[in-house]
Design a protein around this ligand. Sequence first.
Ligand code: DXP
Ligand SMILES: NCC(=O)COP(=O)(O)O
Length: 239
Amino acid sequence: MTRLSVNINKIATLRNSRGGNNPDLIKVALDCERFGAEGITVHPRPDERHIRYQDVDDLKKTIKTEFNIEGNPVEDSFMKLVLNNRPAQVTLVPDALGQITSNHGWDTIANQSYLKEVISEFQLAGIRVSIFVDPVAEMIEATATTGTNRIELYTEAYASGYHADREKAIAPYVEAAQIAQKLGLGLNAGHDLDLVNLQYFAQNIPGLLEVSIGHALVCDALYYGLENTIQMYLRQLAV
Ligand SMILES: CC(=O)[C@@H](O)[C@H](O)COP(=O)(O)O
Ligand SMILES: NCC(=O)COP(=O)(O)O
């Protein structure tokens, strides 16, 4: 069964907009867990526009489910943050400084030796590593030599193509998942997954271990409430 990790970046965005502590990020994370989330994901960016580095320290001390920290290891501050907190999983994402949101996976061919080096540093600290990749066969194949435990498929192209032709939109992801399985890599996925496109993805992707979902889930919570929304997402994954 696929696990749901709730990305709480957007809760921090709302909090930061007024400078106080409403909503309380830690309380929301604990409530997500209470409502059924099987993990908490954060993507602290160097400008701390949503998740602050202090939030990561605070979350590590309080949450009980799987903690997943996303970010670009080229930043020394990110390396230190992750190594000091030792989450269950780190997801390496090649975002540039100031990028609005993630928009591509790693070029695992050009960055093969660099990734190998940073992945082993995290693994020596007992942290499972996942790397963010596009569903492109040669990019998935090249992840094998990096030593990563898992890959996270970047699902924006699936989400944006879903309404026009979902079979066409999912085809590269099915192929990517089959390659990952052949290589013995664990499989995660995320970005723009929502209540409309999630079930079809989970039903058709073999070996999908975890999805991390934030933006759409927080938007849905405005209408359905956080507890109902998390339960609705979990039902989409119960395939
Ligand atoms: C890696 C990924 O797809 C998500 O973490 C996404 O980057 C969310 O980050 P923002 O909430 O800053 O858009
Ligand atoms: N890794 C993807 C993630 O954490 C959340 O992405 P999104 O649902 O906010 O697009």
